[in-house]
Design a protein around this ligand. Structure first.
Ligand code: CO
Length: 217
């Protein structure tokens, strides 16, 4: 078998083993899985292959509704992310939204570099805005790696704020509890750091971003 075919077949073989493992443990596992989902969490994470939401949180299929993109961004013109957010908040009624970045994020590091990268420039500009907004703090960090790590954190905090600025989240806040959290995953230790950047009510947001809405029916 060629190396290419082998690398491809590996995943399908892995699936067969996983199915067997699950059925051995619980013969009705897939029957139950197929019944439906009611996850408590929406995860907005980086597309990086080393940050798999279920695995690093010890959770299972059905626990977390997921959206992932380069550098875990919440961009207000991204209809893909907004559709995921709307469904998670309005249909699934998730209790928590978690933005999870990770140290050493290639997207964040790429945004610190000024070279022209083609189309992705325009995605990375969202992170450049975070650099611009926090220029003084970042410039005071002499070590480049540490500066990158801090930018990863500041980027997550910005995305938490961006979520709070959406009408979906604000509508939910008028009606029920919903918490938005910012986390960073450390590839070197496997540990998640909670940035304590929680947004859980309209009052956390500046008036500029608050939408006026009729009283919730
Ligand atoms: Co990343």
């Amino acid at each position: 078998m060629s190396e290419l075919k082998k690398s491809y077949e590996k995943l399908l073989k892995g699936n067969q083993e996983w199915v067997k493992e699950k059925i051995d443990m619980d013969s009705s596992y897939f029957e139950n899985l197929a019944k439906g989902q009611s996850p408590d969490y929406l995860w907005i994470g980086c597309a990086d292959s080393r940050v798999p939401d279920n695995e690093i949180t010890g959770s299972n299929p059905g626990d977390i509704f997921v959206h992932r993109n380069i550098a875990n961004l919440v961009v207000h013109t991204d209809t893909n992310m907004l559709s995921v957010l709307q469904y998670a908040v309005e249909a699934l009624h998730v209790k928590h939204i978690i933005v999870c970045g990770h140290y050493g994020c290639g997207g964040v590091l790429a945004a610190m570099d000024r070279s022209d990268k083609g189309l992705v420039n325009h995605w990375l500009t969202n992170i450049k805005e975070v650099i611009y907004k926090n220029k003084t703090e970042l410039q005071a960090i002499a070590d480049e790696k540490e500066r990158g790590n801090r930018l990863v954190e500041l980027n997550v905090i910005q995305q938490v704020q961006n979520l709070a600025k959406t009408s979906m989240v604000q509508k939910a806040w008028r009606n029920r509890e919903l918490e938005i959290h910012g986390w960073v995953f450390d590839l070197h230790t496997g540990k998640i750091k909670d940035l304590d950047a929680k947004y859980d009510e309209l009052e956390d947001l500046d008036d500029v971003f608050k939408f006026t809405m009729p009283a919730y029916q």
